[in-house]
Design a protein around this ligand. Structure first.
Ligand SMILES: [Zn+2]
Length: 456
C-alpha cells in the first residue's frame, strides 16, 4: 500500500488530499466538497452506465447543479444487489456471464473479460474469484456485505479505491480513536474475508502504521458470504442443492460456529491480550458487542480482570444495542468488570458505524457521538427525499463521498438508516465538524438486515 500522496494523485479529477479537509474552514470545505461532487458526477455520468441510467431518468445531465444533489443519490440497499432483479435470482453463480455483464455496467472503467466463464459455479465465492481473476488488470476486488440477509451486496473496488478506503479509515482511527502506530490491534474477524467493513478496517490499521505483526485477526466467524447465508438460514438455493444446504450444512455450520469458531476466536484473542497487557502495550480490541462479551465472560468465569495500558480501547461494530438476553447495558457492565486500565479508569468502548458500500466510517468519540470525516458530505433527507437544511435534523442518512468510489463508481448513497445529524457545531469532545448523535442511528426497515450499520 502506498503512502498518501493526496487523493488527487489517485483520482482522474482534481481533489485535495483527505487529511487536508481538516485544516479548512467550513465555507472553504463546503465549496471544495461541492466542486469535487460535481466533478465526480460528471466523470461517472460519462462512463458508468448504471449510474447514468438512474440519474438521467431523474432529469439530471452531466453537469449537476447543487439543487440537483438529492437526485444523484442511489439506495445502498439497491445498487449493489441490482443483479438479483436483472438475473432473476439471488444466486449469480448460476449465471456467470449475466453477472459479468451486470458488473461491467456498474463501474466506470472498461471491463473486458480475458476469459470465458463456465455456465455455472458451485458457490458465490467461487464465482467472485473467477471474475476477479478475469479482470485482474485494474486490480479488481469484489467485496460483499455479510450475506446474512441472503441478498449479498457485491461492491467492486480497484487499487485506487481500496487505497483511498484504507486511508479514510486510517485517518479516522487516528483522529477520533486516538490510535497511533504503537497500538496492538486484535480484530474479532477472519484475516481473509471479502466482507467489506472487516477487510477495510484491517487495511486501515496498517495505514495507521501498525506493522502486520501487530494486527491480529481471530477467525471469529465464517468467512464467505455463502457460509454466512447458509448458517443464518434465511435463504437457501432452490432444488436439491437447497435441500442439502438446509438439512446438512445449516446445522453443521451452526454447530461449527457456536462450538468451535466462537471458542477459538475467544482463545485466540485472549492469547494476544495477555502478553499485550503484560508488556504494557496499548490495545484496540475490536468486535461486535456480543463477541467482546464472549471474551469478558471467559475472563470473569476464570475470576480474572485484565489490566490494559492507558489509551487502550474496546471497539464495537454493528451498534451497541446488542441482541442479547443481558441487554447492551448488562454487556457493557461485564466489559467494565473484565477490563481495567492501568491508571484505574474504565476502558472506553467506542462504536464504529459503517455501511458496506461506503469507504468511510463514523467513529464514536469520548462523548459518544459519531464523527463524520470532513471529506464526506453527509445529509439527512425528509420524507419527500429533500435534503434537510437545519443544523440539527433527524431523517434518512445519505452521503456524498466524492473520493470514496475512486474511479469505479460515484459513492453518493442513501443509507438504510435514520439518524440525527448535527452540522457545523462543535461536539462536546471539542472536535469541530459534523456528527451523528449518540443512540440516534436506527435501521429504517429493521428485520431485513439490509444495510445494517457495520454488521461485519
Ligand atoms: Zn465528539
Amino acid at each position: 500500500m502506498t503512502q498518501a500522496t493526496g487523493a488527487s494523485a489517485r483520482l482522474p479529477w482534481a481533489a485535495p488530499a483527505l487529511a487536508d479537509f481538516w485544516s479548512m474552514g467550513d465555507a472553504e470545505r463546503e465549496e471544495l466538497l461541492l466542486r469535487s461532487i460535481t466533478a465526480a458526477h460528471a466523470y461517472h455520468f460519462e462512463r458508468n452506465t448504471a449510474y447514468r441510467n438512474t440519474v438521467a431518468a431523474r432529469g439530471v445531465g452531466p453537469w449537476a447543479r447543487s439543487a440537483e444533489l438529492p437526485r444523484l443519490l442511489r439506495a445502498t440497499s439497491q445498487v449493489f444487489t441490482s443483479y438479483i432483479d436483472i438475473l432473476g435470482t439471488p444466486f449469480p453463480q448460476d449465471q456467470p456471464a449475466g453477472f459479468a455483464e451486470w458488473l461491467a455496467e456498474q463501474v466506470s472503467v472498461e471491463l473486458r473479460p480475458q476469459h470465458h466463464f463456465r455456465s455455472r459455479y458451485r458457490s458465490l465465492e467461487r464465482l467472485l474469484r473467477v471474475v476477479e481473476r478475469a479482470y485482474s488488470g485494474p486490480g479488481l476486488e469484489l467485496l460483499t456485505s455479510s450475506g446474512a440477509s441472503g441478498r449479498v451486496r457485491v461492491v467492486p473496488r480497484d487499487r485506487a479505491s481500496t487505497d483511498l478506503a484504507a486511508e479514510s479509515f486510517g485517518l479516522s482511527f487516528q483522529r477520533y480513536l486516538g490510535m497511533g502506530a504503537d497500538y496492538t490491534a486484535i480484530l474479532m474477524m477472519p484475516e481473509r474475508t471479502r466482507i467489506a467493513p472487516a477487510r477495510i478496517a484491517r487495511y486501515g490499521m496498517l495505514r495507521v502504521g501498525l506493522t502486520p505483526d501487530r494486527v491480529h485477526c481471530t477467525t471469529g466467524f465464517l468467512a464467505s458470504s455463502d457460509q454466512v447465508r447458509v448458517r443464518t438460514g434465511r435463504t437457501y438455493r432452490t432444488g436439491w442443492r437447497g435441500g442439502i444446504e438446509k438439512r446438512v450444512w445449516h446445522p453443521a455450520l451452526t454447530l461449527v460456529q457456536d462450538r468451535l469458531l466462537d471458542a477459538q476466536a475467544v482463545e485466540s484473542a485472549i492469547s494476544r491480550l495477555i502478553p499485550a497487557a503484560a508488556h504494557g502495550e496499548k490495545v484496540l480490541l475490536f468486535g461486535s458487542l456480543t463477541q467482546l462479551h464472549g471474551i469478558a465472560s471467559f475472563l470473569l468465569d476464570g475470576g480474572r480482570t485484565l489490566t490494559l495500558a492507558p489509551g487502550s480501547l474496546l471497539g464495537t461494530g454493528g451498534g451497541t444495542k446488542g441482541a442479547h438476553a443481558k441487554g447492551a447495558a448488562g454487556l457493557r457492565e461485564d466489559l467494565q468488570s473484565a477490563f481495567r486500565l492501568a491508571d484505574g479508569g474504565p476502558v472506553p468502548v467506542r462504536d464504529v458505524y459503517t455501511v458496506a458500500d461506503a469507504n468511510w466510517a463514523a467513529m464514536q468519540c469520548s462523548q459518544g457521538n459519531y464523527h463524520i470525516p470532513p471529506w464526506v458530505h453527509a445529509v439527512t433527507l425528509d420524507d419527500d427525499e429533500a435534503i434537510q437544511k437545519q443544523a440539527r435534523a433527524t431523517g434518512q442518512l445519505a452521503f456524498f463521498d466524492p473520493c470514496g468510489g475512486g474511479d469505479l463508481f460515484p459513492a453518493f448513497f442513501r443509507t438504510a438508516d435514520r439518524a440525527t445529524l448535527v452540522r457545523g457545531a462543535d461536539c462536546p469532545c471539542g472536535e469541530p465538524g459534523n456528527y451523528l448523535e449518540e443512540a440516534s442511528i436506527e435501521p429504517i426497515d429493521p428485520p431485513a438486515g439490509a444495510g445494517c450499520a457495520g454488521r461485519v
